[in-house]
Design a protein around this ligand. Structure first.
Ligand SMILES: [Zn+2]
Ligand SMILES: [Zn+2]
Length: 259
């Protein structure tokens, strides 16, 4: 019924493999039929861990890549390793990659170079691109256009831009994923975007373990809560949660080429 298009099923966060398995079981019980776990963070070990989780569960798929926070870890061996991992049958995308000018945890010029190199890798591996953008929307979009990312597919996850940026991304053929932030009191712009993304480009996500939606704030987020996000977005769009779940699941399947 629902698909969580973006979560981090990190065994270190959820109490090891058995903890991750319980989180996946709770998601199934909440009607979440598919999950995409994002293998991007502290270099190759994060990507390898995501593949192992996806191998253990038929309904979990994964991406591999390097988060812009960690762009400083990029080197040739890591690029080659990510290229190998991308060929795994459960790896359906590359990323999250992008630019984060809010936290600036890696030097901006390093982030810029690594984004371009990861797009090239995604194109070589024929995997769609999951984008992380914080306060760098115009430059991120320009880079994606220049590097031909839309040829393999572009998904802006946790989209925090405005309606105008959303419309440019959609015009280029991109997809938009809405997280639990949409339930926060001060998220007026995101609610406007969530109401207006064209039906065939909208996805929903939890970004677990982060961004826990209202009324669960203060607890660790998990993919079962994508049902909360979907119900909220359904209300904004004046459709039923079941319809919103079906549409966003179909969009996620099309974007990532899921079986
Ligand atoms: Zn992100
Ligand atoms: Zn993420």
């Amino acid at each position: 019924m629902y698909t969580d298009s973006h979560c981090h099923l990190d065994p270190d966060v959820y109490g090891g493999d058995s903890g991750v398995d319980e989180v996946v079981a709770r998601a199934r019980a909440a009607g979440v039929s598919r999950l995409i776990t994002i293998g991007a963070g502290y270099g190759a070990p994060t990507a390898e861990a995501a593949i192992r989780v996806a191998e253990r569960h038929d309904d979990v798929f994964c991406t591999v890549g390097l988060h812009p926070h960690d762009a400083k870890l990029w080197d040739e061996p890591l690029r080659d390793r990510l290229g190998e991992l991308a060929a795994h049958p459960k790896c359906v995308g590359m990323g999250e990659m992008g630019l984060d000018f809010h936290y600036d945890l890696s030097d901006r010029d390093v982030q810029r170079r690594v984004l371009r190199e990861q797009i090239a890798l995604a194109r070589a591996c024929r995997r769609p691109v999951v984008v992380h953008d914080r306060e760098a929307g115009d430059e991120t979009l320009k880079t994606l256009e220049e590097e031909g990312a839309f040829g393999v597919g572009v998904l802006f996850h946790c989209f925090t831009g405005d309606v105008a940026l959303m419309e440019r991304i959609v015009e280029d053929g991109g997809y938009i994923s809405i997280p639990g932030i949409v339930t926060f009191k001060n998220a007026g712009t995101m609610r406007e975007v969530a109401a207006r993304v064209p039906e065939d480009r909208l996805l929903v996500e939890t970004d677990s373990p982060f961004l826990t939606p209202v009324p669960f704030r203060g607890t660790k987020n998990e993919p079962a809560r994508v049902a909360v996000v979907a119900e909220f977005v359904a209300g904004l769009r004046g459709v039923s949660p079941a319809d919103l779940g079906a549409t966003t699941s179909a969009n996620t399947r099309r974007f990532f080429g899921l079986p």
